[in-house]
Design a protein around this ligand. Structure first.
Ligand code: GTP
Ligand code: MG
Length: 364
């Protein structure tokens, strides 16, 4: 045996001896294979599957009439997704969004497909009696949960259940100096129980920087005072988040609500730069300039850092709460029925899952 052959033999013997050794256990009792197995590629495998399937994001726009809801969503995704109702002259008719309207779009970026559904709701607060004007919005959200539950309980359920559950509500607050109106409080209280709510100060270009800072302070105090739970939440019940993510969420919460300006127009600044903004008599408001408004923070938060978390939180928290309530109500119904007539102990059919309105009625 030559020297090099003997070295080769020694090293192959060593590696075969290592392979025969039992898997080692580290301090946390997690096993570490002695040779590379390759299951760490599961992340790439999952990524490939997910990319192929694409992602669904359902965003709902809620707030008083004319606060720039449609304009902002178009600005967010740099595309004309929703019809804004602005007038160019005073003679143009005043148009409004009058019913819940869903528009769907497939956006593609680096092979990743985002199936985006925008749920535009009629602006409220412009009626003489605004009592229960939030009902259609809440009903819509709960109906989507209910439909998902019915599909999930179906004996021959689809492999991939179409997800129409609302992942996030962008709630538009008027730029004023006193904060939330009574109506805002009523609506936010109900919404924040069933969906992720991200509040924004609309048309922030109409406030001075001091007014904006003051309004933010007032709003944060009101969120606290009225127990309004805004997204991102500070209670990570499932311990899903890393300490860095928890800290990041804390920072984001201290910035809420984002003071935003929307515009679909691309205009030229005095320096000749083309920017997305609003031209006024006094100059150009660049919506992507963080010294002028917080639109960029909102966009990054929504699309770059928390898009998946919004989807996951909807499934793990809001839908789960709904599901538990519905199934508990169903079990109690069956129990009561069986107790009253034990001879009829037949299983209920799927169609008898209580509707969203039977089992889960919005609080008054
Ligand atoms: N100053 C200012 N005006 C804005 C802003 N965003 C939108 N607008 C204007 O406000 C008007 C109404 O905008 P929309 O986006 O249609 O408002 P909306 O909330 O969707 O209205 P409804 O659907 O009727 O409830 C339009 O003339 C917009 O150009 C903004 O950030 N600042
Ligand atoms: Mg609109």
């Amino acid at each position: 045996m030559t020297d090099s052959q003997s070295q080769q033999y020694q090293s192959s013997l060593q590696s075969s001896q290592q392979a025969q050794q039992p898997l080692s256990l580290d301090d946390n009792s997690t096993m570490q294979p002695t040779n590379y197995v390759g299951f760490d590629t599961i992340t790439t495998q999952i990524e490939n599957r997910l990319v192929k399937r694409g992602f669904v994001l359902n965003i709902m726009l809620v707030g008083a009439s004319g606060l720039g809801k449609s304009t902002l969503v178009n600005t967010l995704f740099s595309a004309h997704l929703d019809e804004s109702c602005g007038r160019n002259t005073v003679y143009d008719p005043v148009e409004r969004t009058t019913e819940i309207k869903v528009t769907s779009h497939d956006l593609v970026e680096n092979n990743v497909v985002l199936h985006l559904n925008i749920i535009d709701t009629p602006g409220f607060a412009d009626q003489i009696n605004n009592n229960r004007c939030w009902d259609p919005i809440l009903r819509y959200i709960k109906d989507q949960h209910n439909q998902y539950l019915r599909r999930e309980l179906n004996a021959d359920r689809e492999k991939f259940i179409k997800d129409t559950r609302v992942h996030c509500v962008l709630y538009f607050i008027a730029p004023n100096y006193y904060g939330l109106t009574n109506l805002d409080i009523q609506v936010l209280r109900r919404l924040s129980e069933v969906v992720n709510v991200i509040p924004v100060i609309a048309k922030a270009d109409t406030l001075t920087l001091d007014e904006r800072a003051n309004l933010k302070k007032v709003l944060q105090e009101q969120f606290e005072q009225y127990g309004l739970r805004m997204y991102p939440y500070n209670d990570d019940t499932g311990s899903r988040l890393t300490p860095e993510e928890t800290q990041f969420n804390k920072d984001i919460r201290s910035m809420l609500p984002f003071a935003v300006v929307g515009s679909e127009e691309v205009i030229k600044t005095a320096k000749g730069e083309a920017v997305r903004g609003r031209r006024t008599k006094w100059g150009v408001i660049n919506v992507e300039d963080v010294t002028q408004c917080e639109f960029v923070y909102l966009r990054d938060f929504l699309t770059r850092t928390h898009l998946y978390d919004l989807i996951e939180t909807t499934a793990l928290q809001h839908y789960e709460t709904f599901r538990t309530k519905q199934l508990t109500a169903l079990r109690e119904n069956v129990g009561a029925r069986n107790a009253s007539s034990p001879s009829q102990m037949l299983p209920r059919s799927q169609s008898q899952v209580p509707s969203a309105h039977q089992g889960y009625i919005p609080r008054n």
